[in-house]
Design a protein. Sequence first.
Lengths: 303, 303, 256, 256
Amino acid sequence: MADLTTMLGSLQLKNPVMTASGTFGYGDEFADFIDIAAIGGIIVKGTTLHHREGNAYPRMAETASGMINAVGLQNKGVDYFIEHIYPKTSAIDTAVLVNVSGSTIDDYVATAEKIADLEHIPAIELNISCPNVKQGGMAFGTCAASAYEVVDAVRKVYPKHLMVKLSPNVTDITEIARAAEGAGADSVSLINTLLGMAINANTRKPVLSTVTGGLSGPCVKPIALRMVWQVSRAVSIPVVGLGGIMNATDAIEFFLAGATAIQIGTANFIDPTTTVKVIDGITSYLDANGYKSITDIIGKLEV
Amino acid sequence: MADLTTMLGSLQLKNPVMTASGTFGYGDEFADFIDIAAIGGIIVKGTTLHHREGNAYPRMAETASGMINAVGLQNKGVDYFIEHIYPKTSAIDTAVLVNVSGSTIDDYVATAEKIADLEHIPAIELNISCPNVKQGGMAFGTCAASAYEVVDAVRKVYPKHLMVKLSPNVTDITEIARAAEGAGADSVSLINTLLGMAINANTRKPVLSTVTGGLSGPCVKPIALRMVWQVSRAVSIPVVGLGGIMNATDAIEFFLAGATAIQIGTANFIDPTTTVKVIDGITSYLDANGYKSITDIIGKLEV
Amino acid sequence: MKKYMSDLIVTANTPLNNQYFLLKLTSKETLPAMLPGQFVEVLIDDCSNVFLRRPLSVHFVDKTSNELWLLVQRIGKGTEKMSTWQAGQLVNVLYPLGNSFSVPEKQSSVLLIGGGVGVAPLLLLGDYLKNKAIVPVFLLGARSKSDLLMLEEFAKYGTVYTTTEDGTYGEKGFVTQHSILQQKFDKIYTCGPTPMMKAVAAYSLKNNISCEASLENTMACGIGVCLCCVQDTTDGHRCVCTDGPVFNIKDLKWQI
Amino acid sequence: MKKYMSDLIVTANTPLNNQYFLLKLTSKETLPAMLPGQFVEVLIDDCSNVFLRRPLSVHFVDKTSNELWLLVQRIGKGTEKMSTWQAGQLVNVLYPLGNSFSVPEKQSSVLLIGGGVGVAPLLLLGDYLKNKAIVPVFLLGARSKSDLLMLEEFAKYGTVYTTTEDGTYGEKGFVTQHSILQQKFDKIYTCGPTPMMKAVAAYSLKNNISCEASLENTMACGIGVCLCCVQDTTDGHRCVCTDGPVFNIKDLKWQI
Ligand SMILES: Cc1cc2nc3c(=O)[nH]c(=O)nc-3n(C[C@H](O)[C@H](O)[C@H](O)COP(=O)(O)OP(=O)(O)OC[C@H]3O[C@@H](n4cnc5c(N)ncnc54)[C@H](O)[C@@H]3O)c2cc1C
Ligand SMILES: Cc1cc2nc3c(=O)[nH]c(=O)nc-3n(C[C@H](O)[C@H](O)[C@H](O)COP(=O)(O)OP(=O)(O)OC[C@H]3O[C@@H](n4cnc5c(N)ncnc54)[C@H](O)[C@@H]3O)c2cc1C
Ligand SMILES: Cc1cc2nc3c(=O)[nH]c(=O)nc-3n(C[C@H](O)[C@H](O)[C@H](O)COP(=O)(O)O)c2cc1C
Ligand SMILES: Cc1cc2nc3c(=O)[nH]c(=O)nc-3n(C[C@H](O)[C@H](O)[C@H](O)COP(=O)(O)O)c2cc1C
Ligand code: FES
Ligand code: FES
C-alpha cells in the first residue's frame, strides 16, 4: 500500500488530506461519521483575538455547484479556544492547526503569539483572505506589500510551521505567494473563497445580509487548480491546494498540479465522510498506478 | 406588455438581451431554432486583424456547472469578415456588433478602423480580456493603465458606440472599468471568462492543449453578478452584464444588480432557444410585477 | 445523540394534494430513536441545480414498519425532484439532527400549533406526548381545506382544531384567532411560517405561557460546523441546526 | 438541412451487454430525414455532474415506427445516466447535426469498417446504401464476442465479417488484419477508435482506396458556433460538428 506520509516542510502529516477551516468545526462534530484521527490534518474554524458574533443572517446562498457564505468569522476568540476547545482538540491523534484571522496586524500577531504556546498545535494557517469581514481579512491578501507585512510580523512571533492562506480575488496570485514566501511563510494554502453575490429576483433583495460573500464548492475548482499550478511553479515552499475538492479524483488533480497536501471544505457538508473516502481513493489510485508514495505524483502533470 | 426597449447610451436595442461573443457564431447558425431578429443584439465571434487558426485541440473541458474553452480567437480576420460575413449579418434585422480582439494596440486600432466604416455595425465590443491568446488579450484588461491606453487609441479612430469587455481575472474590476470610462468607452460589458484549468487524472495530462483556458457558465454567475454590481456603482456609463445567465430569472438578477443589458453565452450551447426564452421571461416578470419598462428594474436591488 | 448517514429506501411517496407529499423511507437496520422536533438532511443527487442537502423535519417514525416519514411541500427544485421519487429508490440521509421539543410537566395541558407544512414535526410530538401520557390539543392552520394534512393521523393523539384562511374548513382566519385560545394552556409548541410563530409567541408572552418554536434557516451542513444557520438569541448567534431548531421563545430576540 | 430541437420520448432502452445499450426515441411529429454519419446532441438534465449535451451518432432511423435509434456505450456520468432512462421519459434532443458519408458511385464495392461503439453510424449507412442498390461489406471489430453488437441488423444490409481481439468470434486480431482486406474495394467508410481509423486510413492510402472516417472531438455546441471541436485538416482547423464528423482521410493531417 502506497505511503501517504506527507512533509509540509518540517511539518509531518500522516496523509495529505486536511480539512478546510470553517467547514469542519473543531473536528468532533464528525466523530459519529468517521474516525477523525484518520485525517491528515484538521484546520479549525477561523480564530480571532476577540470574540466575534459574525454577520447577521441570512448567511448562505446555494449556487450552481457551490455556495456563498457570509459567516464573517463568528468565533469566541482565541482565549476561549485555548481554555475550552484546545483541551478537546489536543486529544485528537492528528495534526490540528488553527486558522488565525484578524482585522489588524496587531490582532494577527497577538493571536498567533498565544497559539504559539500550545504544545498540540504544530502550525497555524494565517488567513489573509477572508472576504467576509469589513476590515482587514482579504485586504491583506490582495496586495503583495500588505501580505508581506502581516506575514513578516507574525513570523517574528510564531516559530512553528506558518501556513499562509491566499485569496483568489487577485490579478496575479503568484505575486502574493512570493511575498508570503519572502516574508518567511513555511507553506501557502489556496484558495480561499471567491467574492460572489446572490440575488433573489422575487424579493429584489440580496440573498445574504452582507450582499456579497465567499463562493466555494466544485464551481471554483477550475480556478483553484489553475492557481495551485501557477503558485507551485512560482515558489519553493510547499503548496496546499483546495477549492471544490469533492472526491479522490479531484484531489489527485491538485497533486498533479503541484499541491503537496490538499484540504476538503464544502464537500464535508454534502458528505461528512468525504475526507476518509478521499484518503482511501488516493491510496487506491497510487496502488493501481504503481506508485509507492504520494510524493511520486506531486507536480507530475505532463505538460 | 412592458417595454423592453433599451438604450445603451445612444445605442438603441429592441430589447436588452444580446448574445455573447464566441457563443453564437454569426447568428444564422441559430436560425433553425429561433427568430434571430427577435434578439436585442448579436455580438459576433472575436475578430482580429489577421486570420487566426486558434489553438490546437482539445479546446474544451466540461466542469461542474460550466466549461473551460481554449479556442484562442480562431477567425478568418477582419477583411474576410467584411467581405464574406458582413453582407449576411447586415440582413439581420437587429443590432449586430463585432467583438474586436488583438495582440497589439495597433492591431486593435486597425481592426476597429475597418469596422467603423460598416454601416450596419452600430458598435464594437472591444475584447481586452481574452485569456486564450499568448500576447495581448487579457493582459490589456488586467491593468488599468494598459486598459486606458488601448481604449483611448481605439476611441480616436472609432466614432460609434464603443463597448469595452472587461476581464474578471483582476483584484479590482472597478479600477479597470473606470479606466475604460476615462478613456472614452460608451459602455462596459462583463465578465469575460475566468482563467481555469482542467486535468485528466488518468492520463496525468491537462485536458486542454493550452493547459489553462476560460471558464464560463452558471458556475461563474455569482462572481459575474458581484462584479456587475460593483462596476455599475463605480461608473456612469451603462453596464452590460453576462456570465452564466441560463434563464430569465438569472437575467433579472443582473438587471437588479445594475446591468442595462445582458448577454447570453454558454447557455446557447445547452439550449439554442435560450435567448428568446429569456426575452419572453423578462416580459412576463415585468408584467407580473407591474413594471412598465425594463428600465424600472435596472439597479433596483434593495440593499 | 449519535448521528447516522445512510441510504434509506423509499417505500412510499404519496401526493397529498397538488403541493404536499408524504415520503416514507425505510432502513435495513432498525432506525434509531428520533425525538420530536429533530430533522434530517436529504441528499438530492439526481438534480442538476441542487447542490446542498435539504433539511426536513422528522414527521413520524413508524416503529412497526421501521419507517421514517417526511411531510414535504413542493416549493422549489429539490422538493420538486423529491416528489418524483419512486418506491425502491435509495436516498442518502443524515439523521437525526438538531435538538427537540422539551418534555412538558406531567398532566399539563399542552397546545400544539402548526401552520402549513409546519405541522410536520407535530405528529411525532403527538406520539411522544402520548407515550408520556399527555393528550395534547392540536390547532392546525392552513390556507384552505385541501392544505390541511394528515388530520386523521393527528387525531390519534389528541383533539384537533383547525383554521383555514378561506373558511373552507374549521374556523375561518388564522390560528391565533381560534376560539380554543380562550382556554388556558400550560405549554405551547409551534411550528409554521415565521409570522404565524411570532403571533403565537406574542399570545404566549401575553398570557404567560411557556412556548417553544421550531425555526427554519438556510442550512449548508446541518451539523453545526458551517455557522450559516444562525438565529439571533439573547445569548448571541446560535445555530438553528444544533442549538435548534427548537427554541424557547423567551430566548429569541424577536421583535413582537 | 434544417435542425430541430425537440423532446423525444423513450420507447425502449435495451441493455446489449454490460457496457452497451440501445436507446430508441420517438417523436410526435414524423422524424425528419437523417443522413448516415449525422449525429444528435442529447440533453441529460437529471444528472448533477453533467452540464453539456452529449453527441451521439444516428444509429438508425426506423421509419415504420418513427424511431431514432442510438447505440450507446456506458463510459462516464452522462451515458451512465442515459442507461437508466425508462420508456416514457422525455429527452431533449438537437438533430440532425453534422455532414454525412458521401454517396459512392453506383455498383462500386464498398467496405464499412467499424470498431467498438464506432459501428453505430454504419447501420444507417447500410440502410442508405441499400436504397442506392449497393450491398456493402461490413467489417466489425471488437474486443470480445460480447462486444460485437447488432450483428443481425447489419446482416440485413450486407455480408458481415468480424474480428475480436481475443479470438472469441470471427477472426482473431484487429480489423486491419482481417483476410477480407485482401479483396479490393472501391471505397471504405470507417468509424471507431482513432488508432483503428488511422490504421484503416494507412491501408486505404497504401491501396489507393478512397476512404472516409467519422471522427470524434470534444463538443460544446454541436452546431458550429463554439469552435471547440476542431480537427486539423489540410484546410486548417475545421469543426468536426459541422465540417464533419465525416472527413475524407486525404483532407486530414494525420501522421500515419
Ligand atoms: C430544520 C428545518 C426543517 C424543515 N422541515 C421541513 C418539512 O418537514 N417539510 C418541508 O416541506 N419543508 C421543511 N423545511 C423547509 C425545506 O428545507 C425547504 O422547503 C427546502 O429546502 C426547499 O428546497 P427546494 O430545493 O425545493 O427549494 P429551492 O429551489 O432551494 O428554493 C425555492 C424557494 O424557497 C426558498 N427557500 C428555500 N429553502 C428555504 C428555507 N429553508 N426556508 C425558507 N425559504 C426557503 C428559496 O429562497 C426559494 O425562493 C425545513 C427547513 C428546516 C431548516
Ligand atoms: C460526433 C460524435 C458521435 C458520437 N457517437 C457516439 C455513439 O453513437 N455512441 C456512443 O456511445 N458514443 C458516441 N460518441 C461519444 C460520446 O459522445 C461520449 O462517449 C460521451 O459524450 C461520454 O459522455 P459521458 O458523460 O458518459 O462521459 P464523461 O463522464 O464525460 O467522460 C468519461 C470519460 O470519457 C472521456 N470522453 C468523454 N467524451 C469523449 C469523447 N467524445 N471522446 C473521447 N473520450 C471522451 C472523458 O475524457 C472521460 O475520461 C460520439 C461522439 C461524437 C463527437
Ligand atoms: C461556511 C464556510 C466557512 C468558512 N470559514 C473560513 C474560515 O473561518 N477561515 C478560512 O480561512 N476559510 C474559511 N472558509 C473557506 C474554506 O476554508 C475554503 O478555503 C473554501 O471554502 C474553498 O474550499 P472548498 O471549495 O473545498 O470549500 C470557509 C468556507 C465556508 C464554505
Ligand atoms: C467557446 C467560447 C468562445 C468564446 N469566444 C469569445 C470571443 O471570441 N470573444 C470574447 O470577447 N469572448 C468570448 N467568450 C466569452 C463569452 O463571450 C462570455 O464572456 C463568457 O463565456 C461568459 O459568459 P457565459 O457564462 O454566459 O458564457 C467565449 C466563450 C466561450 C464559452
Ligand atoms: S447548517 Fe451548518 S451550522 Fe447549521
Ligand atoms: S462543437 Fe461547437 S463548433 Fe463544434
